[in-house]
Design a protein around this ligand. Sequence first.
Ligand SMILES: [Ca+2]
Length: 541
Amino acid sequence: MPPLNRREFLRSSALGLGALALGPLAGCRDRGSGGAAPRRPNLVYIISDELGTSYCSFAGDATAVMPNVEKLVSEGAWLRQAVSSSPVCAPYRATLMTGKYASSTGMVINELRLNPNQRCLGHVLRDAGYQRCYIGKWHLYANHAGDHDNVLHSFVPPGPHRLGFDDPFLGFNFHHIYYGEQSYYHRDTPEKIGYGEGVYEPDGQTDQAIRYIERHAGDVAPFAMVLSLGPPHPPWTPDNVPAEDVAVYADADIQLPPNWSDHADPYMDRFRDLWDHPAELEKDLLREKRIYYAMITSVDRDVGRLVKALEDAGVADDTIVVFTSDHGEMLGSHGRIQKMIFYEEAVRVPFVVRWPRRIPAGRTSDITFHSPDIMPTLLGLMDLSIPDGVEGTDCSGHLTGDGGPELPAALLQGMGHTYLWIDGFEWRALRDERYTYARYRHPRPEAPAELLFDNVQDPRQMHNLAGEPEHRERLEGYRKQLADRLEALGDSFEDCTWYQRWTDGDRNILRSATTEFGPMPEPTWPDGWEDEYRELKAKES
Ligand SMILES: [Ca+2]
C-alpha cells in the first residue's frame, strides 16, 4: 500500500481506522500504476439556473418529477440548508469561481465584467494538472446591459477572461432561448455554433459533456468539468422545452404557493406592474409554473444521462458529481417573481455531491453552507490547497462524515437592482437552519424594513417576528452578528449606485471592498477577427 498523505492519515485517525482498513482510499490511487502519486478525482459540477430547493421532489415538492437527481441524493450527500449568498446569476457565479462574497468580487449586480486578476477555481485546477472543460452559460464577461446576442458580449475570448477553464471552453455569456438560432455556443472564435437542428440546448450541452467524458476518462490527468445549463430559467413558454417534458405534467395539479400575495412586494426591483392585474398574473403564473416543472424534468433527464456516461466510461466511482443551482425563483411567493431576495424560495438551492469513494450514500447534513463555501469545499474534497483570500469555509468534512468547521449563519447580500445601477432595493440577511434575519437599506412606509422569520415553525415565512417583544433579544443578537460579519468583510452596505466606484464606469470591475485588482485585461480576439472586433466596438460607442 502506498503511504498515506497527511490529510488521509488525519482522516483515518479521526475515524479510528487502522491503515489496513483503508481499502477505499487505496482505490483513489492511479489505476494500475502501483506508484505512490495519488490520482485525484475527476469533478463534474452541474449548475442548473433558477432551480430552488422549494421545487425539488427530494425536498418535499410533490409535483416535481426528478428521479435522476433523487438517485444522486440517495447515492451521495445532500446539504439541505445550502443557500445562494447573492441570489442572482452573475454574483453567484463570481463567488463560485473565487470563493469570495460579492462585496469582495465587486460583482454586485448582473452584466459586469469580473476582473480575472485573482486566483480562481480554474487556476488552482490548472496548476494541479487538471484538464478543465467549461460548457454552457458563463455570465461573468459581458460589460453591457442587454444586447446579449451581440458577439461582443456573447463570446468570451480565450485568455484570462475564461478564468482557467479553457480546455475546451464551449460556452457563451448569456441567453435562455433553448431552441433555434438564439441557442448557440462559441469555441475559440466569435462564430456562433448551433447544437443541431431541433436540438434542445441542455441536451446538446449534455451531449458535449458526454463526448468529453468518453474522450478523457482514460487519461492520466484527471478532468474537471462545469456543465452550466440554462433551465429552469425563463422564458417559460411551451416552445422553449421538449414536449415530452411538458407531457409529464399533463395531469399535474399546479397551484400558486401558499404565500402567494395579490399585492406586489414594495421592495421588488422589477416587474411590480405585473401586480396591476393580479387575476391575469395568477393565470400566467400557473401556466408558466407548469413549464418551469417541465424544465426541471428536462434537467433531471440530462443529469441521468451524464451519470450513466460516467458509469459507462468506468469512472463514476472516481468522479465527484455536484448537482446544484445558482439561486431559486419566487413564482409569486410574497408578491414577487424572480430572485435577488432573501426569502427561502429564492435563496435555497439543491447541493448534492456524489463520490462513491469517499462520501457515504444517502448522507444528509444541516450545516450552514452558502456559495463562498463551494470553492474551498471542492478543493478540500480534492485535497488541493485553498488560495489566500478565499472567504468561504472548507465544509468537505461534513460531506465525508469527518466533521469540521461551520459558520453560525449564512450571510446573504442583496446589493441592488438585478442589473441596473438603481438605488432602493438593497438588503443584507443572515440565515441559519432555524431563522432568517433581514434588513432593507431603504425603509418603505408600506412594509417593515426589518424581518425575522422562524424557518422551522413558519417555513413559508409568513409571520414577521421582528416586532414581537419575546424575540427582542434574538433580534438584537442577529443585528450584532450581521454588523460584525459585514465589518469583517469591509461591506459597508451601500446604495447600489455607490458600487459603480468599483468599476471603470464602463461595467469593468477594478476593485472591491477587499481588493485592488488592477487594470482589466483587454480582450484578445483570435487572428483574423481583429477588424470585426474594432468595428463592433466602434458601432457600440
Ligand atoms: Ca441565474
